[in-house]
Design a protein around this ligand. Structure first.
Ligand code: ADP
Length: 199
């Protein structure tokens, strides 16, 4: 366009990160419905915020009501969901924010796509590993009951597969870890890998 000259941002990602004393990254939670993604993600954000780190939790509710509200559950829509969430998460990373996403994201191909968009060094896959029987027993939203009655179709774990991550950065075995120790495990990872206090 005439008279409009592209200008690189004067403030870089590194500048944004330096004043926050943290590196931007995405903690991409994956796991069955009821495995504990939202619960752990929320508690993690709460702890990081108390420690004065800058975070943002992208989860089903705040995303489904806006950014992806026109999308359903077809294969094409599911891919578009992941693409939009990943592109938004990528912007948050550039802003230097510790970004947490909590979606079932049952397919390896989709999670790999997210990793590709976000960049593998910014991407921390967190597998919340809870056995299906335990999730069915917890059934916090009553969704398994409905899926088992045939009221919901294509429900992950019932009549749609969940593909376990092959080499996630973090595995949370919720048989061994309660919510608080799961949060500590993730914070220790962030410290060890120098996402926190990196100056
Ligand atoms: P998701 O977001 O994966 O669908 P939720 O976080 O909504 O799952 O629900 C998980 C349920 O399991 C919550 O009611 C939570 O309190 C319970 N829960 C019991 N033990 C654990 C644990 N060790 N880790 C996470 N959640 C747990």
């Amino acid at each position: 366009m005439k008279n409009i000259v592209w200008h690189p941002n004067k403030v870089t990602r590194n500048d944004r990160e330096k004043i926050k004393n943290q590196k931007g990254c995405v903690l991409w939670f994956t796991g069955l419905s009821g495995s504990g993604k939202s619960t752990i993600a929320n508690e993690l954000e709460y702890e990081l915020n108390k420690m004065r780190y800058h975070t943002y939790l992208l989860d089903g509710d705040n995303i489904r009501h806006g950014l992806i509200k026109n999308l359903g559950f077809s294969d094409l829509d599911r891919k578009e969901n992941i693409r939009r969430i990943s592109e938004v998460a990528k912007l948050f990373v550039d802003a230097g924010i510790i970004t947490i996403t909590a979606f079932i994201s049952p397919f390896i191909e989709d999670r790999e796509k997210a990793r590709e968009i976000i960049g593998t060094k910014n991407f921390i896959e967190v597998f919340v590993d809870t056995p299906l029987e335990v999730c069915i027993q917890r059934d916090p939203k009553g969704l398994y009951k409905k899926a088992l009655n045939g009221e919901i179709k294509n429900f992950t774990g019932i009549d749609s597969p969940y593909e376990r991550p092959l080499s996630p950065e973090i595995i949370i075995d919720t048989k061994k870890y309660d919510i608080i120790s799961s949060v500590s495990l993730i914070i220790d990872y962030l410290k060890n890998k120098k996402y926190l206090d990196f100056r």
